[in-house]
Design a protein around this ligand. Structure first.
Ligand code: MTE
Ligand code: MO
Length: 229
């Protein structure tokens, strides 16, 4: 039985059994420079609707909603804060429409995202002068990401509550994910639960496994000579 046939017979619940060894193979393939650069192997094959692929480095992720979702902002700030979903919804919302681009090649053109500018949350917290970077953690308990403070303050970096004009569903990292429009989609941490202002960039989950920390679309991960269209 081929992998695709097998996949067709399995629900998402079966991923726990299969994800770990496949992840490892995928990572080795990429680091060894093999043609197949899909880092997440099996999970990357699962469609997530509308041209998206479903990615998670963990086999299961708890579901959070308006009742139990919390986002903490801490680290090198004057005023650490914890936001509820209602609290985030009450802040000014920004909408962007840009192409989503995964480093493994798939793309979803013209995708609306909506949420609070990360810069707004940083300003509200009062970033200390010794700060240089921002680290993001997730309630899947495993994934992390980071940006320099300068990158984090861009107007097209959102703490996103909505995608394609709907509330972010669980499979896309809802209720709240990071959205870093100018960078490959691995920067856009799903299931966002923590924003910590730090004194230096700490490489995120995929970056510890070989991907570029500065993940500008078309200008990173060995893509500098490729067309950016
Ligand atoms: N928490 C978490 N965030 C994540 C990932 C992940 O595995 N876990 N994968 C990243 C990668 S590689 C991609 S391409 C996108 C996929 O988002 P999607 O599942 O909404 O298509 O999420 C990014 N953010
Ligand atoms: Mo990705």
């Amino acid at each position: 039985m081929g992998r695709r046939v097998l996949l067709g017979t399995l629900g998402l619940g079966a991923l726990g059994v299969l994800a770990a060894p496949t992840l490892q193979r995928g990572t080795e393939a990429f680091l060894g420079g093999a043609a197949d650069r899909d880092p997440t192997g099996l999970t990357g094959l699962l469609p997530n609707g509308g041209g998206f692929r479903y990615y998670s480095v963990t086999s299961s992720v708890p579901h959070k909603d308006a009742g139990n979702y919390r986002l903490t902002v801490d680290g090198l700030v004057e005023r650490p804060a914890t936001y509820t979903l209602a609290g985030l919804r009450a802040l000014p919302q920004t909408r962007t429409v840009r192409d989503v681009q995964c480093v493994t090649g798939w793309r979803v053109p013209g995708t609306p995202f909506e949420g609070v500018r990360l810069s707004e949350l940083l300003d509200a917290a009062g970033v200390r002068s010794s700060a240089r970077a921002v680290r993001f953690t997730c309630f899947d308990g495993a994934y992390s990401e980071s940006l320099t403070l300068e990158q984090a303050r861009r107007a097209d970096v959102l703490v996103a509550l909505r995608m394609q004009d709907e509330d972010l569903g669980h499979s896309h990292g809802g209720p709240v994910r990071l959205y870093v429009a100018p960078m490959y989609f691995y920067k856009s941490a799903k299931w966002l639960s923590g924003i910590t202002v730090t004194d230096e960039v700490r490489p995120g989950y995929w970056e510890e496994r070989g991907y570029d920390v500065d993940a500008w679309v078309g200008r990173s991960n060995g893509r500098d000579d490729e067309p950016t269209t």
